[in-house]
Design a protein. Structure first.
Length: 191
């Protein structure tokens, strides 16, 4: 597992935090496989923690949509996941601010993957409810933001998680909660 630096909010020095974040991102991207959708057999035979950690360690591919939205996984531990990214020009709404869908997607990814790290092999999840509060607009000058997702509760059929989207200076851009339904992965019907 990788170790993520936890910084007090507000951090002492935003530039040092940003440098730390960029180093974490570089290490993650160096190991990362090309984005792809991987076989259901991996989901059936590995725990959720193994699946998500495998993405960070270059053993399983990340989801293709993360490239489209310019974010990547930088930390995985049981019940806690961090995605990091930077919105691009193509993620702006007609008013010139970052579209709420970008906030929602990076936060949903962090929350859902945090839940997934809690699941045994042959179990999966789907987000059934996502609540997001946009606190302020992410300026295009912000070099990176991190979405930190943490599990609040994980039962046999339902899990809840919470998360925050912050910049390196500790600026809160959004916070979210989600509820996930947990279910057995069905047996493959192909030979």
């Amino acid at each position: 597992m990788t170790t993520a630096q936890t910084h007090p909010w507000p951090p002492q020095d935003a530039q040092l935090v940003l440098q730390d974040w960029l180093s974490m991102e570089q290490l993650a991207l160096e190991k990362r496989l090309a984005p792809d959708v991987f076989s259901a057999s991996l989901w059936r035979t590995q725990s959720g923690l193994q699946n998500i950690l495998g993405m960070l360690e270059g053993l399983t591919p990340p989801a293709p949509m993360a490239d489209q939205l310019n974010f990547c996984l930088v930390h995985v531990s049981q019940g806690r996941v961090i995605f990091q990214g930077q919105p691009q020009l193509g993620h702006l709404n007609p008013m010139g601010t970052v579209h709420g869908g970008w906030y929602a997607t990076i936060l949903d990814s962090a929350l859902g993957c945090a839940v997934h790290t809690m699941l045994p092999a042959a179990r999966a999840y789907t987000t059934s409810q996502l609540n997001i509060q946009l606190v302020r607009s992410i300026p295009m000058t912000e070099q990176r933001v991190q979405a930190v997702g943490e599990v609040v509760h994980c039962g046999r059929q339902m899990a809840t998680a919470q998360g925050q989207l912050r910049g390196p200076a500790g600026t809160l851009y959004a916070h979210a909660t989600c509820t996930c339904m947990i279910f057995d992965i069905p047996e493959s019907k192909t030979p």
